[in-house]
Design a protein around this ligand. Structure first.
Ligand code: ADP
Ligand code: MG
Length: 725
């Protein structure tokens, strides 16, 4: 068999696809419906259900926003209404949808079928809505329970809408749930996030009360900007590394990739646009408020951003969004790569988490308003967030640690693994003045105007000017830019909420005890926080080596790899703020440490094994084919007494690189055999020595790819994957 068959077929397929055309929803006159006419048609929230009486809705709202238990008769009303709605839309099954520590989602389906007195009927009972009992033994638990007591419960999350999961031949009603163990331990991502919302709301309402502003509740909000790559599915299936690990383990860069910066915000190709249009349609029907779509920096890379929502709903929506991207991509013969680093040497993908706090009335506490220099509530809030970042930047780093994200952080495309804050000039001036107990020098009327103008300009410029910052203030929100594209947002958001809640509680204490007017007390507390935390503010170039040195001088942690970062989860001093506020128990944190470190190790080991296989089964055979061609020519030239050094040099060069490759693969193999049993030690060896070795192997494969004739190279190249479509 000609070994280049797969690659060539893939290349031909990729450039000859028919564009998929879908039926847009139309009105009776054949005019396309407005988004608002089909928005949310595949989602169900009791709040919007016409058949549920207002009194029931109000009672449910009370339950959802307090600690009150859910009365069964109320749940029954929702269960019956949701079921009728789902069936009317074609659903046959329901499932409790949850987010175990695998990082993705899980669902166990049951049909609505019930047999009553020998008759088939449909039913969804209050009990089935409220609680499920999936066997938890096969989900990661980091040794928190032995398998014989593997009972886990899923419980309905009233605050997040249900939605319909469309399959080729039917629909399933998905009920968002939390997943907890028999003993009440959180086995998922959602439970701690919900707890962090409670802690944050408590602290923020206390602070507001202390300054004379009463509100029932404060919530955190999140808007996610999701990056991803699209490649033709034929290439995907011809690259075992993509299928097994989600990223190419090696590849020689195409001569043009992102040097010309011509992809970012560029024309969206017709085939990709067709995909994006269907994606938006699906998301809007699911009630996910997709807003922005554009090309990203790297060829084949794109971004989608929905309108922000409460963090819990936004976290659920992001999971559904990622699954929908993958599902719709397949319909267009694409595969969506959500991995943080699908292609070495080309920008990877992140997920920016735009984060803010607002009251039940929708008042954004991070809104600087027209006069930030005298907006003391804003200054207090903002300085409290910075203090939180200063104290707990390490834990925030740990919460975004993953094998995939290690390729981005510090790779001059994403903010470094040092977590610092960016404020921009205007706010920096205000806070530095506050620190020194001075008024900002713009207190005069005229320059105050200038300052506001600057702020307006600054807001526009922010994204561009501080791409290098991990945590940037962008107008009326902070943007955590270090989160990886593939990861669930729940963990970093829980930690961030917890960190801010801790400082807001202390802020409330301070103001309550100060005996001064609210304005004076807020100025004092702002000074206190900025004096203590200004070291975490950095407005310069986060990609520069100078910042690495400067950050070290300032004593900011630089946790370079996942192996460095994860141990923070079991460091009581670092996690006190989470346990004291009841966001995590000590055991739950240890569980996460074990699960995440094991996940890191396993991902890396799969990558190493796959790399070795690819070398043996693809790279070496290509080399041998070329060597045999070269050898024949050299022999033939000898036979006719013709002297040429070209073929011999090539042969030697190829041979030398191949021998080096062979020996490095041996080393990697031996390294893998000698890995320590203990998870933490294992992760250290992997991160600190095997990774470097595997990257050397990858570089050698890349070099060889450039020497071997194109027709003898059997794996799809970066050129194919990123440009042929
Ligand atoms: P960018 O300049 O970074 O592209 P955008 O204004 O497009 O910023 O917003 C990016 C994301 O931030 C969107 O998801 C948007 O809904 C979200 N966002 C806007 N305002 C807020 C806010 N107050 N809190 C949280 N997220 C917000
Ligand atoms: Mg942004």
């Amino acid at each position: 068999m000609n070994q280049s068959t797969d690659r060539n077929i893939a290349r031909r397929l990729a450039v000859s696809r028919d564009y998929r055309k879908i039926e847009r929803p139309l009105d009776q006159n054949g005019i396309p419906l407005r988004i608002s006419q089909y928005y949310g048609e595949n989602t169900f929230h009791y709040r919007n259900a016409k058949n549920i009486p207002e009194a029931v809705k109000n009672e449910l709202y009370q339950v959802a926003t307090s600690n009150k238990p859910l009365p069964k008769d109320l749940a029954d009303v929702v269960a019956k209404t949701a079921m009728e709605w789902a069936i009317s839309r074609g659903a046959t099954h329901f499932c409790h949808w949850f987010q175990p520590l695998t990082g993705s989602t899980a669902e166990k389906h049951d049909s609505f079928l019930n047999i009553e007195n020998g008759q088939a009927v449909e039913d969804l009972s209050a009990g089935q809505l409220m609680q499920g009992e999936p066997d938890a033994s096969s989900f990661p638990n980091g040794g928190s329970r032995s398998t014989f007591e593997a009972r886990g419960y899923t419980t309905w999350d009233l605050t997040s809408p249900m939605f319909l999961l469309e399959g080729v031949n039917g629909l399933t009603l998905c009920i968002p749930t939390a997943f907890i163990s028999y003993t009440g331990q959180a086995l998922d991502i959602k439970t701690p996030l919900l707890r962090s919302e409670v802690a944050l709301s408590k602290a923020a309402t206390r602070f507001l009360k202390a300054i004379g502003q009463e509100t029932k509740r404060v919530q955190s909000n999140c808007g996610t900007e999701q990056e991803y790559f699209l490649i033709d599915e034929a290439f995907y299936y011809a690259r075992p590394d993509l299928v097994m690990t989600g990223r190419t383990l090696f590849g020689s860069l195409s001569t043009k990739n992102q040097q010309l910066d011509d992809h970012y915000f560029g024309d969206i190709s017709e085939r990709v646009m067709g995909f994006m249009q269907e994606l938006d349609l699906e998301l809007h029907r699911l009630g996910i408020p997709s807003k922005t779509r554009h090309n990203e920096v790297a060829p084949g890379q794109y971004e989608i951003a929905p309108i922000f929502d409460n963090t819990n709903v936004a976290a659920d929506n992001n999971q559904v969004l990622m699954a929908t991207i993958k599902r719709v991509a397949q319909k267009h013969n694409f595969v969506a790569l959500l991995h943080e680093k699908p292609f070495a040497g080309i920008n990877g993908s992140g997920k920016h988490l735009n984060w803010s706090l607002s009251t039940a009335e929708g008042d954004n506490l991070l809104n600087p308003g027209a006069n930030p220099e005298t907006n003391y509530r804003f200054q207090t809030m903002c300085s409290a967030v910075i203090e939180a970042l200063y104290r707990h930047g390490g834990m925030i780093r740990a919460a975004i640690a993953s094998a995939g994200n290690d390729h981005r952080l510090g790779a001059n495309e994403a903010p470094p693994s040092i977590i610092s804050a960016y404020l921009g000039d205007t706010l920096d001036k205000i806070f530095m003045a506050a620190k020194d107990g001075k008024k900002p020098d713009a207190s005069k009327e005229t320059s105050m105007d200038v300052m506001t103008q600057q702020l307006a300009d600054l807001n526009k410029d922010n994204t561009d000017r501080n791409r290098t910052s991990a945590f940037a203030f962008t107008g009326n929100k902070f943007e955590l830019r270090a989160c990886g594209s593939e990861m669930s947002t729940g963990l970093p958001l829980s930690v961030l909420n917890g960190a801010v809640a801790e400082v807001l509680n202390e802020t409330a204490d301070f103001i309550e005890k100060s005996g001064k007017s609210a304005d004076e007390a807020m100025q004092d507390v702002t000074k206190k926080w900025i004096s203590s935390s200004h070291k975490v503010i950095f407005n310069g170039d986060g990609y520069s080596d100078a910042w690495l040195i400067e950050a070290e001088r300032r004593g900011l942690p630089n946790l370079k790899t996942t192996a460095d970062a994860l141990p923070l989860f079991k460091d009581v001093k670092k996690t006190n703020f989470l346990t004291e506020q009841k966001i995590f128990t000590k055991e739950e944190l240890e569980t996460r440490f074990h699960v995440l470190i094991e996940r890191y190790n396993t991902i890396r080991e799969i990558e190493f094994d796959t790399l070795i296989q690819l070398v043996n089964q693809y790279v070496m055979p290509s080399i041998i084919s070329f060597k045999s061609t070269l050898g024949n020519v050299i022999k033939m030239q000898k036979d006719i007494s013709f002297e040429s050094s070209v073929e011999t040099s090539l042969y030697k060069k190829l041979n030398y690189t191949t021998e080096t490759l062979f020996s490095r693969v041996e080393n990697l193999n031996n390294g893998l055999k000698g890995l320590p049993e203990d998870g933490e030690k294992r992760s250290k060896v992997i991160a600190d020595s095997l990774m470097a070795l595997s990257e050397e192997v990858a570089d050698l494969c890349g070099e060889i790819e450039e020497i071997v004739p194109d027709n003898l190279w059997t794996l799809p190249k970066y050129y194919d994957m990123l440009f042929l479509r």
